[in-house]
Ligand binder design. Structure first.
Ligand code: AGP
Length: 613
């Protein structure tokens, strides 16, 4: 997770910012940096690697001042290095910026600025932001106005903090979409800005959460908030209960809710450092493979449990399409007892958030014993699955506390997509132009997930009407059949309502006998190759008096004539659409469980990591 910290007040900013960066996340970083205004100039210290490297640099070359910003980075554009580390300074040294998110139109902006004579010094998308702000200030705008105008030029979800030595009495913070939070900490004669509460909570418990499309001008004595259209806003000031758990939950009631809303930023971090948008390729440094080895693989077997197994079913579509490699998917608990016929020409891929699921680990050992190549997609760094695997891909979702898995699922899908591209490149099944398109599609994802999250209030409003039912059917086809399974599992495990995910085409072979007014049907009917088939599925369910909630693509007015409720999701590139389509199903399950008063984060009978058979 990228982290952002800012400070303005009477104290020395440097140690406060460094301490704040340490509190944001405990996992390694690929780079970190601090910028402080000292004697009227912007002083930057930044380095690749962990925060210890930055601390060493600051000890060697100290900087002090009363205003500063800091950043820890998972690269999204540009390889992890000192030159790509934030903060980024404008060409004339008058503006400096830290940033979370992906500027989808950064190439176009970079070309425009380069044509105006701007010289870029990094490979990052972030640099277009700071160069844009600096040029607008040179044209006469103040820092706030320049930042607001620049922010309105950006496509995609962003969290930005800007600072200028020309106006050393203020910081400007911007939040667009869901690329990570921007929280203001209201101290006594001092102000803090951070992407997460843990960096603020030790200094003050009075906080303001910036909303999507808002910008704050922050001075030592206070702040002003406006929309990106310049309209003033009076935000609510929250007082956070002083305990690490509620601090960790931030503005959310449950960890599951927080983790659902973290998904836009989480997928950006998953993409981070591995998708090279300019060169149009994917690098997976922790899964070394030569083209010869990649071509020698005859089949992939994905082994996983629960939600991770459903991610594997989506992965089958992705990897078969992108890498031309046959893929089987099996539950870890089944694989290990069916005497699987596998050998050295097979690759067995485990998907496991915890990296400790005993059935999945046992399947990995079974595969290892039969000479297969063993890989893992894993979230918890240092877990058994990661250590057991010949190669691995981290989800980079950040800690997932809620028992019901959400951001681990969507980040697994991104990893599976990138694995498909990686193998496709090595096996020669994807040409350079096609690869560039597939890689560019990844840049759209954080914003698309952020837009899907805007269905939250609709799902909350639907919950009371749905919470009374005892059975649900979730129907999907093709890429969305696994999403139907996952949506049903989310509802089961936190609301305790029986729900069955089913391949829609199978309904006529028996299950349609179940459909009646007491059996709501959730049909995933987004615009794709099986759209027409799903429409007739909906008609069949309606004909039997079933209540139908449809998931449809924005702009599809036809479906509203057929379904009782429609949840509209943004159109997404086909292979990545499951990452977007699952979000409203997560939200629906969450709000139904909350309405029923269940313990959402620790549902009955369940554990976060099933380390027993
Ligand atoms: C998902 O919501 C459940 N908590 C459960 O199915 C989980 O996905 C399964 O136990 C696998 O866990 P893992 O990904 O840590 O291996």
């Amino acid at each position: 997770m990228c982290g952002i910290v800012g400070y303005i007040g009477p104290r020395d900013a440097t140690p406060l910012i460094l301490a704040g960066l340490r509190r944001l996340e405990y996992r390694g970083y690929d780079s970190a940096g601090v910028a402080v205004i000292q004697d009227g100039h912007i002083e930057v210290r930044r380095d690749a690697g962990k925060l210890d490297n930055l601390e060493r640099l600051l000890n060697e070359r100290p900087v002090h001042g009363n205003i500063g910003i800091g950043h820890t980075r998972w690269a999204t554009h540009g390889r992890p290095s000192a030159r790509n580390a934030h903060p980024h300074v404008g060409m004339n040294g008058n503006v400096v910026v830290v940033h979370n998110g992906i500027v989808e139109n950064f190439l176009e902006l970079r070309d425009e600025l380069t044509a105006e004579g701007v010289i870029f010094r990094s490979d990052t998308d972030t640099e277009v932001i700071v160069q844009l702000i600096e040029r607008l200030m040179a044209a006469g705008l103040n820092l706030a106005e320049a930042t607001r105008v620049a922010a309105n030029r950006l496509k995609g979800a962003q969290a930005i903090v800007a600072m200028s030595n020309l106006e050393p009495d203020r910081l400007i913070a911007v939040r667009i979409g869901n690329a990570g939070g921007v929280t203001l900490g209201l101290g006594e004669g001092e102000m803090f800005i951070a992407s997460d509460l843990p960096a603020i909570i030790e200094h003050t418990r009075r906080v303001v959460f910036l909303e999507n499309g808002q910008m704050a001008t922050v001075g030592p004595g206070g702040f002003e908030v406006q929309t990106l259209n310049g309209e003033p806003v009076e935000p609510e000031v929250h007082t956070i209960a002083w305990d690490p758990v509620s601090a960790a939950k931030g503005e959310y009631k449950h960890f599951m809710q927080k983790e659902i809303f973290e998904q836009a930023r989480a997928v950006a971090d998953t993409i981070g450092g591995r998708a090279d948008f300019e060169r149009g390729k994917v690098q997976l440094p922790d899964l070394p493979l030569s083209p010869e080895e990649a071509r020698s693989i005859r089949r992939m077997v994905i082994v996983a449990c629960g939600t991770s197994a459903y991610a594997g079913l989506v992965g089958k579509f992705m990897i078969e399409r992108l890498a031309g490699l046959p893929v089987e998917v099996d539950y870890g608990s089944e694989f290990r007892y069916r005497e699987p016929i596998i050998g050295p020409e097979d690759a067995v891929l485990a998907i496991t958030q915890s990296g400790e699921t005993v059935d999945t680990l046992a399947a990995m050992e079974e595969a290892r014993g039969k000479g297969a190549r063993v890989w893992a997609i894993v979230n918890v760094f240092g877990s058994q699955a990661q250590r057991l695997a010949d190669g691995y891909i981290t989800m980079q979702a950040g800690p997932e506390i809620g028992v019901a898995s959400t951001k681990a699922f969507t980040t697994s899908l991104v990893d599976l997509y990138m694995l498909g591209l990686y193998l496709g490149h090595l096996r020669g099944t994807i040409g350079a132009a096609e690869m560039r398109e597939y890689v560019r599609d990844l840049a759209l994802l954080p914003d698309l997930v952020g837009r899907a999250l805007e269905l939250d209030s609709e799902c909350r409003n639907l919950a009371p009407q749905l919470a009374g039912y005892e059975h649900f059917l979730y129907l999907g086809r093709g890429l969305n059949y696994p999403i139907a399974l996952e949506g049903a599992l989310k509802l089961k495990e936190i609301s305790y309502i029986h729900a069955e995910g089913y391949p829609a085409g199978e309904m006529k072979h028996g299950p349609i006998a179940l459909v009646d007014p007491q059996m709501p049907v959730l049909a995933i009917a987004v615009r794709d190759v099986v759209y027409q088939k799903m429409l007739s599925q909906i008609e069949q369910a309606k004909a039997r008096g079933g209540l139908v909630i449809a998931l449809a693509t924005e702009g599809d007015s036809l479906i509203a004539e057929k379904a009782d409720h429609v949840l509209y999701v943004p159109e997404a590139p086909r292979l990545l659409s499951p990452v977007v389509n699952v979000v409203p199903l997560q939200l629906l399950a969450y709000h139904i469980a909350v309405y029923l008063g269940n313990d959402v984060d620790q549902p009955r009978n369940l554990a976060k990591s099933v380390t027993v058979e």
